[in-house]
Design a protein around this ligand. Structure first.
Ligand SMILES: *Cc1c(COP(=O)(O)O)cnc(C)c1O
Length: 389
C-alpha cells in the first residue's frame, strides 16, 4: 500500500486531507511524493515559524538531543527555565506553565480563571466569556469555550460555565449584568473563525470592564502569537495588558510546545500538584523555541509587517478577491470562488494555502523570501481571477 492507502485504512478519519504527501523541504518550499515543489503559505498552520529544516533551529534541537532528550518535571532543566525567563522578559508576564499544545495552554488558562474567580469572588464566580466565531481547541473544555456550534455537535454534554458573546461593548456589558464572570478568553485575531481582528473599541471596553469587575483578560495567542501578527504577541498592538496569554503553534517552530503566561494576578495561583504535564517544557522543544524567539527580532517583525502590506497591495481589489482581513502574516482572503476550490487549484499550481470558514487563509513562514512570497501570491491572484471569468 502507498501512504494514501495506508493512511485511509488505519488513521482515524478526522481530517479531510488534500491528495498530497510531503516528503521533504527547505524553508518555505516543500517537496511532494509526486516529485513536485510547493511554495508553502500555510507553514503547518502557523507552526513552522522559520520554515522547515531551518539550519539554526536544527542545530539548537540536535545539540539538546545529544545532551538528553527528556527528563521529568521532578528535576530542573536549563532550556525550560531559560525559555520561561525569555518569555517573561519579552512580555512583562511573571510565570510560565508549559504544555504541548494550544488546547492544553488554554486548559491551563481556564483553570487559572476558575481558581481566580472562586478565590476572589466566591465559588459561584466561574463563568468564562468567549467570542462568537472563536476557536480554542478540541478537548471537551476548550470545545465548550469555542464559540462555533458546528464543533459542538455529537459531543454533548460539554464542560459548563462558558458563554460566547459578540465582540461588542454592548454584548459585553449585557453579559456582565447576567453572569458572574471570572474571565474573558479571546483571540486578538480569530483565526479559524475567519481571520477576524478585534476592533480597538472592543479591546478598550474589555480593559475598562475588567478594571471595574475584576475578571481576568486572557488572550489566546496560539495562532496569532509568536511574531505572526507583526509584533511578538498581537495584544501588544492594542496597548493591552492581559492577565493570561496562552500560546503554542509557532512557539516551538515545529515541535509540540504550549505555554501559558501568567501575569501578576495569577502568578501564584498554581501550587505543586495543581497542574502538570509529563512532556511540558520538554528540553528539545524548549531549545527549539529559544532559537525561534531569538529569531523574532525587530528586523524580522518589521519584515512581517512589510510583507503583509505587499500581500494586501497585490490582492486588495484584484478580480475575484472581495476582501483581505487580518494582521501581519495572518491574512484571510474572501474570494468569489469557494475557498476550498481555490486551495485545490493552488495545489495544482504548486502553492499551498489554508482555509478558514469561507476564506482562503495565508500563514506563511515569517522568514519567507519576498520573491518566493510574491510568486505564490501572483499564482493565487490568477486563480482568484478565474472566479470572475
Ligand atoms: C490551533 C488553535 C488552538 C488549538 O491548538 P492545538 O495545538 O491544536 O491544541 C487553540 N486556539 C487557537 C486560537 C488556535 O488557532
Amino acid at each position: 500500500m502507498n501512504t494514501f492507502e495506508t493512511d485511509a485504512a488505519f488513521v482515524a478519519h478526522t481530517y479531510a486531507r488534500f491528495p498530497l504527501e510531503i516528503v521533504g523541504g527547505k524553508g518555505s518550499v516543500l517537496t511532494g511524493s509526486d516529485g513536485k515543489s510547493y511554495i508553502d503559505l500555510g507553514s503547518g498552520i502557523a507552526v513552522n515559524t522559520l520554515g522547515v529544516c531551518d539550519a539554526g533551529w536544527i542545530a539548537a534541537v540536535t545539540d539538546q538531543l545529544h545532551r538528553f532528550g527528556h527528563t521529568s518535571n521532578l528535576y530542573y532543566s536549563a532550556p525550560c527555565a531559560d525559555l520561561a525567563a525569555e518569555l517573561c522578559a519579552r512580555t512583562g508576564m511573571q510565570k510560565v506553565f508549559f504544555s504541548n499544545s494550544g488546547a492544553e495552554a488554554n486548559e491551563c488558562a481556564i483553570k487559572a480563571a476558575r481558581a481566580y474567580g472562586a478565590a476572589k469572588h466566591g465559588e459561584d464566580c466561574y463563568t468564562i466569556l468567549t467570542l462568537e466565531n472563536s476557536f480554542h481547541g478540541r478537548t471537551l473544555t476548550t470545545l465548550a469555550a469555542t464559540g462555533q456550534d458546528v464543533f459542538h455537535e455529537k459531543f454533548q454534554p460539554l464542560t459548563p460555565g462558558f458563554v460566547s458573546i459578540e465582540p461588542t461593548p454592548e454584548a459585553l456589558a449585557a453579559a456582565l449584568d447576567t453572569y458572574k464572570v471570572a474571565a474573558v478568553l479571546f483571540e486578538i485575531v480569530r483565526g479559524e473563525g475567519g481571520v477576524l481582528p478585534l476592533e480597538k473599541s472592543f479591546v478598550d471596553a474589555l480593559e475598562k470592564e475588567a478594571a471595574a469587575h475584576d475578571f481576568l483578560l486572557m488572550c489566546d495567542e496560539v495562532q496569532c502569537g509568536n511574531g505572526r501578527s507583526g509584533t511578538l504577541y498581537a495584544y501588544m498592538q492594542y496597548g493591552l495588558s492581559p492577565d493570561v496569554v496562552a500560546t503554542a503553534k509557532g512557539l516551538g517552530g515545529g515541535l509540540p510546545l504550549g505555554a501559558t503566561l501568567l501575569g501578576d494576578k495569577v502568578a501564584d495561583l498554581f501550587t505543586p500538584g495543581s497542574n502538570g504535564s509529563t512532556f511540558g517544557g520538554n528540553p528539545i522543544a524548549a531549545a527549539g523555541a529559544l532559537y525561534v524567539l531569538s529569531g523574532l527580532d525587530d528586523d524580522l517583525l518589521a519584515g512581517v509587517r512589510r510583507k503583509s502590506e505587499q500581500i494586501r497591495a497585490a490582492l486588495t481589489g484584484a478580480p475575484g478577491v472581495e476582501s483581505v482581513t487580518g494582521l501581519g502574516l495572518m491574512l484571510g482572503v474572501q474570494t468569489t470562488l469557494p475557498a476550498k476550490e481555490v486551495a485545490s487549484r493552488c495545489i495544482g499550481r504548486g502553492v499551498l494555502v489554508l482555509t478558514a470558514k469561507d476564506k482562503v487563509r495565508l500563514l506563511p513562514a515569517l522568514n519567507i523570501p519576498d520573491d518566493l512570497l510574491m510568486q505564490a501570491i501572483g499564482i493565487l491572484k490568477d486563480i482568484c481571477a478565474e472566479g470572475v471569468q
